[in-house]
Design a protein around this ligand. Structure first.
Ligand code: AMP
Length: 115
């Protein structure tokens, strides 16, 4: 189980965020420091620290996270132009908040490889 973070507080409604999707297991909200015209974070309500901490029993939840990201991308109109889903894991991955989150980035062309 992951630790209590700012993201678990957002999921519980204890800290404000611009929420764009909520269901029993998944919450999506706008990134406070957007790196693209659309930058949304999709998180499980349950505090899994990072993808490396996920267990085989989390497979269904991980699938729901990706499908929620896909649904939010469609609602934002990004399915027309394309978008990127990113999971940063650990220090070299650029992880700064130890609560698993999928970045949904869109609204501009993305470079590759990432810096
Ligand atoms: P990562 O570096 O992959 O761990 O991503 C963490 C992301 O959380 C960054 O893009 C931050 O801008 C974002 N972030 C941090 N605090 C908040 C917050 N209170 N509300 C929304 N996004 C946040």
């Amino acid at each position: 189980m992951g630790e209590e973070t700012i993201f678990s507080k957002i999921a519980k409604g204890e800290i404000p965020a611009t929420i764009v999707h909520e269901d029993d297991e998944v919450v999506a909200f706008r990134d406070i420091s957007p790196k693209a015209p659309v930058h949304i974070l999709v998180i499980p309500r349950r505090a899994i620290a990072r993808i490396d901490a996920a267990a085989p029993g989390d497979a269904g939840l991980l699938g729901r996270l990706l499908l929620a990201a896909r649904d939010v991308a469609r609602r934002e109109g990004l399915d027309k132009t394309g978008y990127r889903l990113v999971i940063n894991n650990g220090a070299d991955g650029g992880e700064t908040v130890p609560h698993l989150h999928v970045h949904l980035l869109g609204g501009r062309a993305m470079g590759w490889p990432p810096g």
